[in-house]
Design a protein around this ligand. Structure first.
Ligand code: ZN
Length: 204
């Protein structure tokens, strides 16, 4: 109340993380929170890695084409330089950023900025992705959102890749992934293993 009476805005800094698999609605949730902040007349800046050029150069675009203007950047350090007098900083596709991102988010939060970070929690093999685990650890609040398993309708656990590739990221290739629950993912991996084995037997 003191800050309001003295004519200053109260600016409590915090870090919120929205994580989940592909098709889980992470970006939609990020956009929802940012829009609410905009309605509250707060200054909002949105950043995304320049590697993510799926639909457009300068928009955070979710799969339902609900979009909001953003700035593509190469390194997390640029966020500190570009966020100036911002109340709320949104960061999308955070899994693609460098390991400096958690420190950047902390620095912003201590500056009084509300930081909202959205990203993939795991890659297609179920391995924690880039700076996401560290961000979840230092966050004030973590929201895990879920897609629906395409095989049984349960809550999905992982974004399973349906094509054979060892590359960690297939950008712009969302049709090559399917959300699976833990049980269906396990079945699919076991089937793939037994197929590999029978193929080996054929060669011998
Ligand atoms: Zn399932």
């Amino acid at each position: 109340m003191d800050s309001i009476q003295s004519g200053e805005r109260r600016r409590p800094g915090r870090i919120e993380v929205v994580c989940g698999s592909m098709f889980s609605g992470k970006t939609e949730e990020l956009i929802r929170r940012l829009r609410r902040a905009q309605f509250a007349r707060q200054k909002v800046e949105i950043f995304k890695p320049s590697i993510d050029v799926r639909y457009s150069e300068a928009d955070v675009v979710s799969h339902d084409r609900n979009h909001i203007q953003s700035t593509p950047i190469d390194t997390s350090a640029s966020i500190l330089l570009l966020s100036g007098d911002t109340d709320v900083v949104g960061i999308d596709e955070a899994q693609f950023f460098d390991s400096g991102l958690p420190d950047v988010c902390n620095a912003l939060a201590y500056r009084g900025v509300r930081v909202i970070v959205a990203g993939l929690d795991m890659d297609y093999k179920g391995v924690p992705f880039g700076p996401m685990p560290a961000l979840c650890a230092i966050a004030d609040d973590v929201t895990k959102v879920h897609a629906v398993c395409v095989r049984c309708g349960a809550l999905a656990y992982v974004s399973h890749r349906t094509v054979d590739s060892q590359r960690r990221v297939l950008l712009g290739e969302t049709q090559h992934y399917e959300p699976l629950c833990r049980e269906c993912y396990q079945k699919v991996m076991q089937e793939a293993k037994s197929e590999e084995k029978s193929a080996e037997n054929l060669v011998v």
